[in-house]
Design a protein around this ligand. Structure first.
Ligand SMILES: Cc1cc2nc3c(=O)[nH]c(=O)nc-3n(C[C@H](O)[C@H](O)[C@H](O)COP(=O)(O)OP(=O)(O)OC[C@H]3O[C@@H](n4cnc5c(N)ncnc54)[C@H](O)[C@@H]3O)c2cc1C
Length: 415
């Protein structure tokens, strides 16, 4: 990134004594988007404003996937931004995908789901680890915005403790026979293919993944259930479901191999939660300028001014952590610490700001006449999805103390 630049001009010891010139480290920190990034952000914003702004409220309250908007967004090259060009992607950076999510969310929050689904999560895992023939079969339609892939990790008894998942696969000739159940999958209602994590053997080394297609005998998609956000998810049941071996993505041990990739994946959830908090903030700001009570606009009441100051502080500080995580991931650095901090900060800021925006907008904020209450409901979900904020804090504690803290109950067996 280029732009305004701070250069540390002196290094002082704790006693205020200047170190020798040779010891001087030059720290460069850029806090602005490059000209290309700004142009890209403006073009996404223009697209969203011209084509998607009008239907934003209706889209948010409709549980179905907005296929028309997905086709448009794909046509404009906003699906597969970070995927390799040889796979049909655009070879962009994680930061580009973050910018696209942000700009879209500021105009049409629901359309930001499309940018997220087309750039993060199962589509990236699939593009990274899928075989050439798997990619040839499914990627073109995924990238055209005409098909969805849903991630099946969580199970009724394996949430935060996801490595305790029990859905299992056993080999049988040219197939795997799969048994188990999955819950809460985003887009599980509409997806055509499912990236399912399952167990080939005991322990974390026994976990891998495969693609299961809708309609495979023995695979039942249950009745939809609603999240607080209005999004629907379906329980997935596998009963002696025969999945061809060519659908294998990662065999036993694959889960461990993939763990570092999850850091980058978290950036998508993180970007969306912050941007949707900012959407609510913008609504509340305009409302405070326009709405009058006691003969004055709301923005003149100090009780509300201080709320805005707190909200701006939360948004701006979380934004820096988000950009730091995305930029460092683009440089290929192991950024588990950065992504964990960013997810925690953005998830909390997004929800707290959206919730405060509803309060500031009073009855109007609480009503479905505006997107403020939708932003509040959505941002709550990202404090749970993709690793809860409590689990993020557990991870941070491990970085802080440079120790692993096993969350499992100690064995009760006497040695
Ligand atoms: C909007 C949304 C979308 C989702 N999309 C998907 C998806 O696409 N695919 C998928 O597989 N799953 C998905 N999930 C499921 C999500 O990953 C799980 O909900 C999440 O991992 C938490 O698991 P759980 O709900 O079983 O809660 P639990 O693990 O039962 O946790 C309950 C509470 O206990 C806390 N807790 C648990 N363990 C600890 C601990 N050791 N220390 C401190 N606190 C702890 C949690 O933080 C939480 O507050 C989604 C969830 C939501 C809300």
């Amino acid at each position: 990134m280029t732009g305004s630049r701070l250069v540390a001009s002196a290094v002082l010891s704790p006693m205020g004594v200047s170190y020798g010139r040779n010891a001087r480290t030059e720290t460069q920190m850029d806090f602005a988007l490059s000209d290309e990034q700004k142009m890209f952000a403006e073009s996404v914003r223009r697209l969203a404003t011209d084509k998607l702004k009008d239907g934003a409220l209706k889209r948010a309250h409709d549980p179905s996937y907005p296929w028309d908007a997905a086709a448009l967004i794909a046509e404009q090259g906003l699906i597969g931004i970070t995927l390799k060009t040889e796979d049909g992607g655009h070879g962009g950076t994680l930061m580009d995908a973050v910018i696209a999510i942000e700009q879209m969310a500021l105009v049409c929050p629901k359309s930001a789901d499309i940018v997220q689904a087309g750039n993060f999560g199962p589509i990236r895992t699939f593009a990274e680890y899928g075989t050439p023939s798997q990619k040839a079969k499914w990627l073109p339609r995924l990238l055209a915005g005409k098909m969805l892939i849903s991630l099946g990790m969580s199970e009724p008894d394996a949430g935060s403790a996801v490595t305790e998942l029990r859905t299992n696969a056993t080999e049988d000739g040219g197939h795997y026979v799969v048994n188990g159940q999955k819950v809460f999958g985003t887009h599980s209602r509409d997806a055509e293919i499912f990236l399912i994590y399952l167990r080939f053997g005991p322990g974390i080394d026994g976990i891998g993944s495969m693609i299961v297609e809708r309609g495979t005998p023995g695979f039942t998609i249950g009745e939809p259930s609603s999240f607080m956000s209005g999004e629907e998810w379906c329980p997935l049941y596998f009963e002696n479901c025969r999945v061809p071996k060519e659908n294998l993505i990662l065999g036993p041990g694959g889960f461990k191999q993939q763990i570092s990739a999850f850091n980058a994946e978290r950036v998508g959830n993180t970007a969306r939660s912050l941007a949707i908090g900012r959407h609510a903030y913008n609504l509340a700001r305009q409302y405070a300028l326009d709405r009058k009570q006691f003969g004055r606009p709301l923005c003149e009441f100090q009780g509300l001014q201080w709320k805005f100051a707190d909200m701006a502080l939360k948004l701006e500080s979380a934004q820096l952590l988000l950009y730091k995580a995305a930029a460092s991931a683009d440089q290929g650095l192991p950024s588990a610490y950065d992504t964990t901090l960013a997810k925690l900060a953005c998830n909390q800021a997004g929800f707290e700001v959206a919730s405060e925006a509803v309060q500031i907008m009073g009855g109007m904020g609480y009503s479905q006449e505006t997107l403020a209450e939708y932003c509040m409901r959505r941002t709550k979900g990202w404090m749970i999805a993709g690793g809860t904020v409590e689990m993020m804090k557990n991870r941070l504690a491990e970085f802080i103390f440079d120790r692993r803290f096993d969350q499992r109950a100690p064995s009760r067996e006497k040695k």
